[in-house]
Design a binder for this molecule. Structure first.
Ligand code: MN
Length: 199
């Protein structure tokens, strides 16, 4: 069965002023749609048509069209899910304890995550992952992700898209401002549930 573009769980305007509606609309309806369509085209007529996207990601490294578009499909699915309007603030419960344990404090986590996102040269993603029950931060290039064995090789529970298409209309070259704004829209309830499932 063909992969389908997921419906956004909130309106295009919902993340303003942190992420503007025009960027959200183009990002979801054009970019994510294109990854979805091109993934389906790339796997048509192959064994991958009957595989889950997670299984595809494990075997696509030498297939550039599947790697780029399969990564783009999966990465954006997670990205939309871990954001929400009226979100942000601090994580709580077991996730907060794990963040303190891995990074020292929530503020130190923010600094390290922002550094990973800022220093990713060109296009890519920053990730918070679970590896053997513990949290790790990494970044990957293009539409690669840790499920492919890139970056820290863990299970992603939080991600940030740092392709220019994710911020350029509103922030132009100011990637650090976009990264700072992202912390205001993180849905920690969803990230916490993903942590509980992955640890
Ligand atoms: Mn994107």
């Amino acid at each position: 069965m063909a992969f389908e573009l997921p419906t956004l769980p909130y309106a295009y305007t919902a993340l303003e002023p942190h992420i503007d509606a025009r960027t959200m609309e183009i990002h979801h309806s054009k970019h994510h749609q294109a990854y979805t369509t091109n993934l389906n085209n790339a796997i048509a007529g192959t064994d991958m048509e009957s595989m889950s996207i997670e299984a595809i990601l494990k075997v696509c490294k030498d297939k550039p069209a599947v790697r780029n578009n399969g990564g783009g499909f999966w990465n954006h699915n997670l990205f939309w899910e871990i954001m929400a309007p009226n979100a942000g603030g601090n994580p709580s419960g077991e996730l907060a304890a794990a963040i303190d344990s891995a990074f020292g404090s929530y503020e130190a986590f923010k600094d390290e995550f922002a550094k990973a996102a800022t220093t990713r040269f060109g296009s890519g993603w920053a990730w918070l992952c679970v590896t053997n029950g513990a949290l790790e931060i990494c970044s990957t290039a293009n539409q690669d992700n840790p499920l492919m064995g890139e970056g820290c090789n863990g299970t992603p529970i939080l991600c940030l898209d740092v392709w220019e298409h994710a911020y350029y209309l509103n922030y132009q070259n100011r990637r650090p401002d976009y990264i700072n704004a992202f912390f205001n829209v993180i849905n920690w309830d969803v990230v916490g549930a993903k942590f509980a499932a992955a640890k």
